[in-house]
Design a protein around this ligand. Sequence first.
Ligand code: ATP
Length: 358
Amino acid sequence: MAELTFSDLSKTFGGAPALDAINAQIASGEFVALLGPSGCGKTTLLRLTAGFEHPSAGKIRIGGETVAGGGRFVSPEDREIGIVFQSYALWPHKSVFDNVAYPLEVRRIPRAARQARVAEALSLTGLGAFANRMPSQLSGGQRQRVALARCLVFEPRAVLLDEPLANLDLSLRASMQDVFRLFHRRTGATMLYVTHDQSEALALADRVAVMNAGKIRQFAAPEILYREPADCFVAGFVGDGAVVSARITGRADHAGLVLNVLGQDVVSRSAAPEPSHVSIRPESITLADDAPLRARVTSCTYLGGRFRLELDAASETLVAFSRQRAAIGETVGVRLHDLWAFRDPEGEVVLQKALADA
Ligand SMILES: Nc1ncnc2c1ncn2[C@@H]1O[C@H](COP(=O)(O)OP(=O)(O)OP(=O)(O)O)[C@@H](O)[C@H]1O
């Protein structure tokens, strides 16, 4: 397995930038998700890595070897990369066994070694009993397992997955997530996984690159994206909650900066000396009768074990969790705590545009 490195990587189509100076390093054996709204450049980054497109500028290295850029271009067949598409891309007239054996045939691996490796890949993906079936005799989830086994069999340097679960129904998606997790644990493969489904990205990946308009906005572990978003776009796109403008009061507390948020002084964590916004997650809101910030309940949804409330507070929509049901129109007191603040003066416009386009 190998590390992947993107340096100042750009791609334009007819003058329009699809990727804009991407810099990122993915460690050998790491599971990384590319997450972002439609058209943000996820698939373009994957296709450049696979070698289906030439970069307009910048470099791609796989395991230290430059495969694109600086006057070099290594063809897709020579990059030793496995690819899993949402459409499975299986050979319809070959059996499961022959589909999985195909990459080994192309590499002229002797028959006995071929059979052993295919058997191992089928067993690892739970397909041992299906070796002689044709793709048309398999379910969607089973076909996607064949595509995974076909990647696994030639021990690629990295595996690229382009929305591999997009064609499956919800319950199957959850069980296939387990298959990907197991596949990653057993193979230690470097994996780059494109999705626009944030729950999939947060559940599966070691780190998530959140993209918008051809740029990586933040590249971090799921819990960091949630707790410490870098800007309005990430705060609004990942996880539940609100993004609200904030003004520094000039005071600092030992626990953080004191910011004026919705008219209240709130101690907030921040990496920026002069933040402009805060991310308010549901966990940062306590409902208290005596709290000075008043909010009106606009929606109440039972989630099992708790209710999700939407609240209108000073014309902002906040999200809170409550053990008790609340009546629509009811007024509640809101106490804010443990907020994360960041500097992004133009961010709300970017976020609104991205959410409108999505
Ligand atoms: N072959 C192409 N020719 C022209 N424009 C392209 C081409 N491929 C992609 N684009 C444009 O580049 C931008 C990024 O596209 P890309 O497919 O990478 O987005 P994406 O994030 O994968 O979106 P989706 O989630 O909808 O698949 C889009 O504006 C798209 O229209």
